[in-house]
Write a protein of this length. Structure first.
Length: 283
């Protein structure tokens, strides 16, 4: 296995994007690109990437500018969801990735839908786990978090408290999103970038650009997507409920739908074997 223990850096027009790779460079399997959600980074996919690497699949986990990115984007960068989708497409071009298996979770699932609506020519198949869809963008109570992120000064006031692992893992933060314990070092990496004013600026630009009507419009065009789609949904998610997953799968012309018993929002964290199996089955 050829794995990057530390993130590499790619310089795109929007700014520097860090990413992790796993799996053999000479893999003959379609490449996998993971898209994470708001206020987390590419480490969310680490266990899934390791399992895919064992099966000879090369994967790429970029850290998108969704508030946990270590390096601020350029001030003029378009960080609306559509802008993030174009950044993902630029990432694929820069690494010359084709016939990609695009995998999305949480906000990353919404970004995947925006990618499909923008340019699907490099996408060979899609796997979506618990994520935003239609006008659930985001679900309550994360609507309150998005409103908060629009105000960098308020976020700055919360940064000192985020240094507490107990608070980060509590019901007020990441706690309800997973059933397995978090690594405090990973969750610390998720919140540490918010100490930078320019990262808070980026997060505010993203939050101000999130509009449920935009995703509703995109989700309404998913029937035109001409690639295989698998939807894998944790059935114990308090925020992205099973009915939303079924509706999302039904929106595509050809999609399979499967539930994971006890799965919550961070399905890649809690059930990496199931997610990896779905990705392999998709290829």
């Amino acid at each position: 296995m050829d794995a990057a223990p530390h993130a590499a850096v790619l310089d795109l027009a929007q700014g520097q994007i860090s990413y992790r790779t796993a799996g053999p460079r000479d893999s003959d399997r379609p490449p996998v690109v993971f898209l994470h959600g708001l206020l987390v980074d590419g480490q969310l996919w680490e266990a899934v990437a390791a399992r895919l690497a064992e099966q000879g699949v090369r994967s790429h986990a970029p850290t998108l500018p969704l508030g946990a990115h270590p390096t601020p984007m350029r001030p003029e960068a378009d960080l609306t969801p559509r802008g993030i989708a174009r950044l993902v497409l630029d990432f694929l071009v820069a690494l010359d990735l084709r016939d990609v298996t695009l995998v999305g979770n949480d906000t990353g699932g919404a970004i995947a839908q925006f990618v499909l609506a923008t340019d699907a020519t490099r996408i060979g198949r899609v796997v979506l786990t618990n994520c935003d869809a239609f006008d659930t963008f985001p679900p309550f109570p994360f609507t309150l978090l998005v409103r908060l992120l629009r105000h960098p000064a308020l976020v700055a006031a919360l940064v000192p408290g985020s240094r507490s692992a107990w608070l980060r893992h509590s019901p007020l933060a990441f706690g309800p999103l997973a059933s397995r314990p978090f690594d405090p070092r990973v969750t610390r990496a998720w919140v540490a970038p918010l100490a930078q004013p320019a990262v808070r600026r980026d997060a505010a630009k993203l939050a101000r650009g999130i509009d449920p009507a935009d995703l509703l419009e995109v989700s309404g065009r998913l029937a035109k997507v001409d690639v295989p789609v698998r939807v894998l949904w944790g059935d114990a998610d308090r925020f992205f409920r099973v009915d939303l997953g079924r509706r999302l799968a039904a929106a595509f012309a050809t999609a399979t739908f499967e539930t994971v018993a006890g799965g919550r929002t961070f399905l890649p964290h809690d059930h990496p074997d199931r997610v990896a199996s779905a990705i392999v089955a998709a290829t």
